[in-house]
Ligand binder design. Structure first.
Ligand code: FES
Length: 376
């Protein structure tokens, strides 16, 4: 019989020696914590913030680069296909972006990689691709996301990827290889030219070595003026490159037009529940032509900025030199939420206007709809 004293579920969990020691030394470190001083010795040892050291950079193409990162103590394992938030300091401001981990979790050196493509108008991606040096430290979050192959049942994956959207597929492929369990896989990958194709060499090597892996690369610019109709995703192309796509689970990652075209086709064919999508930006509604922006007043900061009707307020604040809190930048995490103090904003995902004073708005997916005041 169980001793009721021993089975007391409300008993406090035991803390590790390190946690108890830190709690003791924190008394002497006030108003900071011991961890803040430890961070000065080695940022990877900090307990209050998770960081990673850049240990290698590798150019994949002329505008994309793989960064190999050594995470701090608080890092935990991840699943192939998950993503991570990266904090990038630039000109005294800390920006956050989300990148898929491109390495497999089976790596046994404790390191992981992200592969970044410098996008037009993307100052953070340009900084990561061009300027970040080996030895620098980046703030990181914990791995997140449910874009991965299920363990519970064997599936035949169809990967449809474009550009840097290849990164989760690469992690999954390498993971299958590491476990020596390559499934019957078809991969359709889009890139403008062969020289733009990230991991091109590695994918070809896998295709040669693994009979179960069927690679189809589509170099869209080879179709010249017909690239929109013949090079990009369309029904006939899918049937040709993967005739048994209806028997597969499809994992798609790429630019919004590709994702929209796929969603439309899979919906028409009644196959939407077999389509798994990884998005890196919110799905936006069409903004009415007559929509106008206005002056946005960030009252706590004492800053006014002129904004148009389609630029997210988070971006407006950053362009005005502010560093507002944010995380995912796509309307999921709510870290960017603030209070609307007056005026009106538009939720860019739904197109709906929000003018309830005192309501919480997400600055990463709302734009000015006339003059407004925010509690930032
Ligand atoms: S930054 Fe995540 S919801 Fe706005």
């Amino acid at each position: 019989m169980t001793d009721p004293k021993k089975s007391n579920n409300t008993a406090k969990p035991k803390r590790s020696f390190l946690a108890r020691f830190s709690a003791f030394t924190d008394k002497f470190a006030y108003p900071l914590r011991t961890s803040h001083y430890v961070e000065l010795l080695n940022p990877l040892w900090a307990g209050h913030a998770l960081r990673a050291k850049v240990v290698k950079v590798w150019d994949e193409t002329k505008d994309s680069r793989t960064l190999t990162l050594k995470p701090g103590f608080n890092w935990r394992g991840y699943r192939a296909g998950q993503h991570v938030r990266i904090g990038v300091p630039l000109n005294g401001v800390q920006y956050t972006r989300t990148y898929t981990i491109s390495s497999p979790p089976e790596r046994n050196d404790g390191l992981f990689t992200i592969t970044v493509k410098a996008i037009a108008d993307g100052r953070i991606s340009h900084h990561l691709v061009r300027d970040v040096k080996v030895g620098s430290f980046l703030a990181i979050g914990l791995p997140q996301g449910d874009f991965y192959l299920p363990d519970s049942r064997p599936v035949k994956p169809l990967f449809i990827t474009a550009g840097s959207g290849i990164t989760p597929a690469m992690s999954m492929l390498e993971s299958m290889l590491a476990k020596d369990r390559m499934r019957d896989t078809v991969h359709i990958h889009y890139a403008p030219h062969e020289f733009d194709a990230i991991f091109n060499k590695r994918l070809k090597q896998i295709e040669i070595e693994q009979p179960a892996y069927n690679l189809n690369q589509v170099f869209t610019h080879e179709y010249g003026e017909h690239k929109q109709t013949k090079g990009y995703f369309h029904a006939e192309q899918l049937e040709r490159l993967c005739p048994d796509w209806r028997e597969r689970e499809t994992y798609a990652c790429g630019p919004q037009p590709l994702i929209e075209a796929m969603e439309k086709h899979f919906t028409q064919e009644g196959m939407l529940r077999h389509l798994h999508i990884e998005r890196f930006s919110a799905q936006l509604a069409e903004i009415p032509k007559e929509a106008v922006g206005g002056t946005v007043s960030f009252l706590k900061s004492g800053i006014d900025a002129i904004a148009d009707a389609s630029t997210a307020l988070l971006r407006v604040a950053e362009d005005a030199g502010m560093n507002p809190p944010h995380g995912c930048r796509m309307g999921i995490c709510h870290s960017c939420s603030t209070t609307l103090l007056s005026g009106c904003v538009r939720d860019l995902r739904t197109g709906k206007l929000i003018n309830d004073i005192g309501s919480k708005i997400q600055t990463c997916v709302c734009a000015a709809a006339g003059n407004c005041e925010l509690d930032l």
